[in-house]
Design a protein around this ligand. Structure first.
Ligand code: 1CP
Length: 395
């Protein structure tokens, strides 16, 4: 969505990323610079990007390949069990009920921003919320994850799936609107599950390690697979649209389990469906991040699906990810979550390596290589944010 200049390599992890400079531009011009007039006109008048609240934030600058005051940082699963205030807010409230109670979802979303001073909020919800709102019988079982009452394995079952209506998404719009009011100039990232990851839960009926059933289905019953992936793409796309309409300044498509696929299967059975979900929000021009784990071999294919920013898991150094993407794509990642418990010295040495490798990309949003482990000491995260900001602040 933006013109991106050639990367420059940093010698020591400090910031030498160069990209289109907007220094000196009037705030109104900056927000015009991020999105075209046509894109802006598709957002509501009060949308934080249109009202020029979040356009100047380090997060939006980096997501669009521009230089920022310091490298922005947020953490996947920053809202959740590692925070005592989260555990308190959730006491006695089932996960999906919490997601569908707008004030509570807003409060939980803002908690890590308040505490850690991260540069973005990630909307508190779940990838199975759209299917729940469509009427699929799904629950999140504590300690396990999403479980469906009836797995979806045949063409008949796929064709019987209910369609998600726009009004069913009202609690999501309400929660997002309340959240962006509370966040002010800090951008909210909306998200959805990518079709493969969502369909994997639907076919398996719950979490699995190897995702054998969906991988069998795409070969054994390609018509059923295709229709299921199309359903998941539509449903996730609608979920993303609702979040942008209500005020999200960026979105992330999570294909957490795409790494169980080889590149040929990804391109043949998955890529077009992820592209369909991403294309449902293209008209708004808000940056779209595409993330998966174990995706070292899939990064170009995931980028081709239409993402503006690629999220990289902890297994592949960012300079190598940048090379695989021809130095043309802003990157997000990829501190190893395991190192959050390794002691400050080890963690910060690793963070420095991530910063140095990330400096090769056109822009770098710092994140973990996957979610915050529930056992993480929250103070480690707060201090890490301070450390990363200080290390990357421009003189
Ligand atoms: O800060 C945040 O990131 C909170 C918002 C959020 C997001 C972005 C939650 C809350 N879930 C998700 C996305 C999500 N859900 C993904 C993609 C991200 C990832 O890979 O981690 C996936 C795969 C799910 C499915 C899911 N939901 C799982 C994983 C199960 C498995 O297969 O291993 C689990 C455990 C859940 C429940 C869930 N979702 C969110 C939270 C805080 C929880 C735990 C609920 C609880 O028991 O308190």
């Amino acid at each position: 969505m933006t013109e991106i200049q050639q990367p420059q390599r940093a010698a020591n992890g400090a910031d030498s990323q160069q990209s289109r400079s907007i220094v000196g531009a009037h705030p109104r011009d900056r927000q015009r610079d991020l999105l075209t007039e046509a894109q802006l006109s598709r957002l509501s008048a009060s949308h934080p990007l249109r009202a020029a609240q979040t356009a100047d934030s380090p997060m939006l600058q980096a997501l669009t390949g521009r230089a920022s005051e310091y490298r922005p940082v947020w953490f996947m699963r920053q809202a959740g069990r590692s925070l005592p205030e989260y555990r308190k807010a959730r006491e006695g409230i089932p996960m999906l009920d919490a997601c569908l109670t707008p004030e509570l979802a807003a409060e939980i979303t803002v908690q890590p921003v308040r505490r850690h001073k991260v540069d973005a909020g990630i909307f508190f919800s779940d990838i199975v919320i759209p299917m729940k709102l469509a009427g699929v019988n799904v629950d999140i079982v504590p300690g396990r994850g999403p479980v469906l009452e009836h797995p979806v394995r045949t063409l008949d079952e796929v064709r019987s799936l209910p369609e998600l209506t726009d009004t069913a998404l009202d609690p999501i719009r309400e929660a997002v609107a309340a959240t962006v009011d509370m966040l002010g100039s800090t951008p909210l990232i909306g998200f959805a599950g990518a079709p493969f990851t969502v369909a994997a839960y639907m076919v398996e009926g719950g979490p699995s390690r190897d995702h054998l059933r969906p991988r069998t289905m795409m070969h054994a019953d390609p018509v059923a697979w295709r229709e299921l992936a199309q359903w998941a793409a539509r449903t996730s796309g609608q979920f993303l649209r609702a979040q942008i309409e209500a005020g999200a300044s960026a979105v992330q498509l999570f294909d957490s389990w795409a790494g169980s696929l080889g590149e040929a299967d990804y391109r043949r059975y998955v890529q077009e469906h992820s592209a369909a979900a991403l294309s449902m929000v293209e008209e708004f021009g808000v940056p779209r991040i595409h993330f998966g784990t174990g995706t070292a071999e899939l990064l170009p294919a995931m980028h081709e699906a239409g993402a503006d920013v690629i999220g990289v898991d902890y297994r592949l150094p960012l300079d190598e990810a940048n090379r695989r993407l021809n130095g043309a794509v802003p990157l997000q990642g990829n501190i190893d979550p395991a190192l959050l418990a390794a002691g400050r010295e080890t963690l910060y040495a690793h963070a420095d390596e991530v910063l140095a490798a990330g400096a090769s990309a056109p822009a770098h949003i710092v994140n973990l290589g996957h979610g915050v482990p529930p056992t993480t000491d929250p103070q480690v995260l707060t201090d890490l944010v301070t450390y990363l900001h200080e290390r990357t602040r421009r003189p």
